[in-house]
Design a protein around this ligand. Structure first.
Ligand code: SAH
Length: 263
């Protein structure tokens, strides 16, 4: 038997953690839409819960951004009580989002929660939607770093940025900037430059797949903190990432292969 299969008889209730994608309805997976159609309860951060249209028989529980663990516990309790619960995240629920918070809450929770059926339903994460819009900047090796220091020390963020440049990854930066941390992204750009990021192209992709979508590509040496906000995902290219000018529109891409002397 798979270690992932539950040995308990399934209760009536269930819990799904679903990603709603970057914004467009067409980028919600059929699997996530089906779970939402069967749900009695939707739980999540207010702007994400608002993306689920109200209907009779569906209770929408919206909470504040910083209440992830409390929200996860609430969702598990509802499922344990027999409700069909979907916790919603934007993008993919496993990328800087609620799936890990639900796992943490289950780990710390009472034994009775051991029988709650959990499914994590993937979604299209912001960096993949942004990458697809621009061309293929993540076509070779890449990493993703969350610039929010709510849940980790800033020194660790700086270290990861430096090492990512040194390893010549393309780097997707989530949560680049907020009103609470105006100086963080300026410092991140400085660290990337000091680490040798040079003139690598940087994609600023804002509100991808929504009516507010805006994409911009500049060199790292020209990038300024104001180019990003909390609705922006930033993709810093590797040393190989290039902009291909075409009459039909430029393409930002990272070639599939890299020569041996780059190491
Ligand atoms: N789970 C989400 C990420 C949550 S962190 C996902 O997989 O996409 C929130 C950050 O995601 C934002 O600060 C921004 O950096 C990025 N983001 C989410 N939606 C976006 C969109 N439509 N366009 C650009 N960036 C987005």
């Amino acid at each position: 038997m798979s270690v992932f299969a539950s040995s308990c008889a399934p209760a009536e209730g269930w819990l799904a953690v679903a990603g709603l994608g970057p914004g467009a309805v067409g980028l919600v997976t059929p699997e996530a839409a089906e779970a939402l159609a069967q749900a009695t309860d939707v739980v999540g951060y207010l702007p994400y819960v608002e993306r689920v249209p109200p209907r009779p028989g569906l209770v929408r529980h919206a909470s504040d951004n910083r209440e992830e663990l409390a929200r996860a516990r609430q969702a598990i309790e509802l499922a344990a009580a027999g409700r069909r619960v979907v916790v919603v995240s934007s993008g993919d629920p496993g990328v800087f989002a609620m799936a890990a918070a639900v796992c943490e809450a289950l780990e710390a929770g009472p034994p009775a929660w051991g029988g709650v059926e959990l499914r994590v339903l993937p979604g299209i994460t912001a960096m993949l939607a942004a990458s697809a819009r621009a061309g293929a900047p993540l076509g070779h090796d890449f990493c993703a770093i969350n610039l929010s220091d709510n849940l980790k020390p800033w020194a660790l963020i700086e270290r990861r940025l430096r090492l990512a440049v040194e390893a010549d990854f393309a780097i997707a930066l989530y949560n680049p900037r907020s009103k609470a941390r105006p100086e963080g992204f300026a410092r991140a750009l400085q660290v990337l430059r000091e680490a040798g990021g040079g003139t690598r192209p940087v994609l600023f992709a804002r509100a991808v797949s929504t009516p507010d979508e805006h994409l911009d590509v500049v060199g790292l040496d020209e990038a300024t903190p104001e180019m990003a906000d909390m609705r922006t995902v930033v993709i810093v290219g590797s040393s190989q990432t290039r902009l291909l000018a075409r009459p039909a529109g430029a393409l930002l891409y990272t070639p599939r292969s890299v020569s041996g002397d780059a190491a």
